[in-house]
Structure formats: structure tokens, C-alpha cells
Design a protein around this ligand. Structure first.
Ligand code: DHB
Ligand code: FE
Length: 282
């Protein structure tokens, strides 16, 4: 049977991808950040997932502001990096897993989550930057990916609780897939940040640390965060953190925190990363 063996949350700051792509990861600004990624890279190499479900948001790259599904599963066998205005990012194409993705679609719709389905979809920095964070700059990504895009950029976004419940349903769906697969779930975005308006550049370290702590200690508190509180405390783009709750819901009762990294400043905000193991220590 397939099983979820690990999960992680990470910011998806585009400047991190640009620093790597331009060979600037070793400069004074980025060195401590990329040093913080090293243990996360060792961790995921040890997890060695057969497939990762990456829960991310599209930033009006594959979708437009005219067509914005709430939850979309990527069913394709290949996803290209999106052109976000500067050409496609020169990173490998992302291989999919249409068999598991189709099974997730069937099970989630049967559980009354009305997923949209994408047979073709470019993936933006919300998905490719986390791959760079965890995998560096390989010739091919080390595992296939099922993209799960969540609308966080346009009102009305799904609630934090809805995202957590979706994650729980993903956990059940994975467990009912017949093939023996080790599955990782990665939620991207956040942490607290706002990119526009009077509060552009805001960050809230108290909120961020409490969020990281409660992913283990009290995920139901996080599921209860309403949108107004999230925007007030975490900024308008801090709303992206609801995608970490899809991940957390999928991990079940007692995942073990394996690694945490928090660094300020990175681009317009702080960078946060947390990794969990779901299996007993070897
Ligand atoms: C930044 C963060 C994001 O999540 C994003 O989508 C774009 C930019 C930033 O901090 O620069
Ligand atoms: Fe973002």
C-alpha cells in the first residue's frame, strides 16, 4: 500500500530560485540561507520519497484572474516551469504521477472535495522554488511530483480548516492506493509577508514561531484561524500558510519534527522551513 512517510512546509520565495539560477547562492546575503537548506536536503535524501504531493499556489501564472479554481490536482505526466515574465525558469521539467493523481482525484471527489483537474498546467515559483530548496540544482528532479494548486490569491480563499480536512482526506486516499509507494507531502508559501500596500514588507516573527510550534503542538488552533486574523497577523500573502495545513492534515496524529529553519531577511520577508517524519525512528 502507499503511505505518507514525511511532510514539510517551506516558503517559496522567488528570489531564492533566482539566486540559485544565477550562481549567487554563495554570496554574503544568500550563504546563510543556503546553509540552512543543507540539513533539509540531507533529510529529504534520507526520506527518498517515491513521489511528492506539493501543495502550492499559482500566482496567476497557469491560471488567470478570470479563471481561478479553488483546488486543482495536476494529472499530467509532465509539468513545465511557467514563464512568469522572464522566460521559463531553467530548471528540469517536473515529472508527474498520473496514476496516483487520478486515484486522489477519484477519492477526494468521492469524499465531497470538488477538485478541478488539470491535464496540462505550467508550475510557477510556488512549486519549483521548493524543489530547489530541497533538491538543489540537479539535472532531473529526484522524485515525481503531483501538483495540488490552492487558490490563495483571490477572495474567497478556502478556510484554514477546509485545507486541514482536505489534507486528512489526502491521507486516507493515499492509504487506499494499492501500489507500494513512499509519499511525501510538501506545503509551500508564507511565512508572514505582505508584498503590497501600506504594510508591504511586514513580517511577524512571533506569529511565525507560534505557527511552527503549533504545527506539532496544536494544529487544530491553526485550523481555526479565520482569514481576517491571518491577514492581520501574517499579512495578505501570509494567507499562503493555509497550504501548510493541507500538508499537516495529511500527516496524521503524531508526526515527529525532524528539522526547522527560520531566517530573516530573505527577499521581502523571513524564510521558514519545517520537516516532519511520520515513521518511527530507525
Ligand atoms: C515573495 C514571496 C512570495 O510568496 C511570493 O509569491 C513572491 C515574493 C517575497 O518574499 O519576495
Ligand atoms: Fe507566494
Amino acid at each position: 500500500m502507499a503511505r505518507i512517510v514525511a511532510g514539510a512546509g517551506t516558503s517559496h520565495i522567488p528570489a531564492v530560485g533566482a539566486a540559485l539560477d544565477r550562481g549567487e547562492a554563495g554570496n554574503d546575503y544568500w550563504r546563510p540561507i543556503f546553509a540552512g537548506f543543507e540539513p533539509a536536503r540531507e533529510w529529504i535524501a534520507g526520506v527518498a520519497p517515491d513521489v511528492a504531493i506539493i501543495v502550492y499556489n499559482d500566482h496567476a501564472s497557469a491560471f488567470s484572474l478570470e479563471l481561478t479554481p479553488t483546488f486543482t490536482l495536476g494529472l499530467a505526466d509532465r509539468f513545465l516551469p511557467a514563464d512568469q515574465g522572464y522566460g521559463r525558469r531553467k530548471v528540469p521539467a517536473v515529472e508527474g504521477n498520473p496514476e496516483l493523481a487520478t486515484h486522489l482525484l477519484e477519492r477526494l471527489v468521492a469524499e465531497e472535495f470538488d477538485m478541478a483537474q488539470a491535464l496540462e498546467m505550467d508550475v510557477d515559483h510556488g512549486l519549483t522554488v521548493p524543489l530547489s530548496v530541497f533538491c538543489g540544482a540537479p539535472d532531473a528532479w529526484p522524485f515525481p511530483v503531483i501538483p495540488l494548486a490552492v487558490n490563495v490569491i483571490k477572495y474567497p480563499q478556502p478556510t484554514a480548516r477546509r485545507c486541514m480536512r482536505l489534507g486528512e482526506a489526502i491521507g486516507r486516499a493515499v492509504a487506499s492506493f494499492g501500489e507500494d509507494l513512499r509519499v511525501a507531502v510538501i506545503g509551500t508559501g508564507g511565512m508572514s509577508h505582505q508584498l503590497q500596500g501600506e504594510r508591504a514588507g511586514m513580517w511577524n516573527p512571533e506569529f511565525d514561531h507560534a505557527f511552527l510550534d503549533d504545527l506539532t503542538a496544536d494544529p487544530e488552533r491553526l485550523a481555526g484561524l479565520d482569514h481576517v486574523s491571518l491577514v492581520r497577523e501574517a499579512g495578505s500573502e501570509g494567507m499562503e500558510l493555509i497550504m501548510w495545513l493541507v500538508m499537516r492534515g495529511a500527516l496524521g496524529d503524531a508526526p515527529r519534527e525532524a528539522y526547522r529553519f527560520y531566517h530573516y531577511p530573505a527577499s521581502n520577508t523571513a524564510l521558514g522551513l519545517i520537516a516532519f517524519d511520520c515513521e518511527p525512528a530507525k
